[in-house]
Design a protein around this ligand. Structure first.
Ligand SMILES: *Cc1c(COP(=O)(O)O)cnc(C)c1O
Length: 243
């Protein structure tokens, strides 16, 4: 029998709890972001029925169409409408500057921020009646030439510049390392991002409101990411099957 979305989510939640225990993080909470690129609205609603509220999307146009459909079908899942915890949308794919306005209007988080110009546009375009847009800087931790993301040494300056912008709230770092030859190498890359966040939090600019988010780990490296301190794992395949 095929696994259902609900049983897959329950399974992942158990694995997250187990990874936390094995890493001595018994009190920590690691949030589950369900990655729904190429996943249709019907299957997203299966995840919603199972209690999932945080969703990650890679492609702006695809995401906005699904968000609009969900709002029409289920207005009760909107922010500020009743008892339900509202759905939360995270952009985890590349963001071009000609898409910033629609992203500022539809998303709750942008995890893939890698340029100050993009941050300035999001700041100016975030509608005044919405809460601050939550931001993670994407770090290119393994130095892969083809990938987006900021080089680790450039992260502090960008973080300080974003921190000064209105309507954005910097929350932390996101990384998507390429698969490594060994689990130890994977662990070491995740640990570098963890250390980078730790160093940022030493800066007085973040003393009052420390950066609290490390978005690391996907279906294949969730355990190593949690061992290195991840606070949000981004899981697609293990919930919805192969794309
Ligand atoms: C697709 C994607 C994921 C989910 O990957 P799975 O291996 O399917 O769990 C996570 N993060 C990003 C940035 C992605 O593009």
């Amino acid at each position: 029998m095929l696994n259902t979305v609900a049983s897959n989510i329950a399974h992942i939640e158990r694995e997250i709890a187990q990874s936390c225990r094995q890493s001595g993080r018994s009190d920590d909470r690691v949030m589950l972001l369900a990655v729904t690129k190429t996943v249709n609205v019907e299957r997203i609603l299966e995840a919603v029925a199972a209690g999932q509220r945080r969703f990650g999307e890679n492609y702006v146009q695809e995401a906005v169409e699904k968000i609009q459909t969900l709002r029409e079908l289920h207005p009760e899942l909107l922010r500020g409408s009743g008892e339900q915890v509202p759905l939360e949308w995270h952009l985890i794919g590349p963001l071009q500057n000609n898409k910033t306005r629609i992203v500022a209007e539809y998303f709750d988080w942008v995890q893939s921020l890698d340029a100050l110009k993009t941050a300035q546009r999001l700041s100016a375009q975030r509608p005044a009646d919405l809460p601050d847009l939550q931001i993670c800087i994407q770090v290119n931790v393994d130095g892969a030439a083809t990938k987006s993301g900021v080089a680790p040494q450039d992260v502090p300056d960008l973080a300080l510049a974003i921190q000064a912008l209105p309507r954005l709230r910097l929350r932390g770092l996101m990384s998507i390392p390429n698969p490594q030859d060994s689990l130890l190498q994977t662990l070491a890359l995740h640990a570098r991002v963890h250390d980078l966040l730790h160093k940022l939090n030493q800066h007085p600019a973040f003393a009052a409101l420390p950066l609290d988010t490390l978005s690391m780990g996907m279906s294949g490296d969730m355990h190593e990411a949690i061992a290195a301190g991840s606070t949000m794992v981004r899981i697609g395949t293990a919930i919805f099957g192969a794309r």
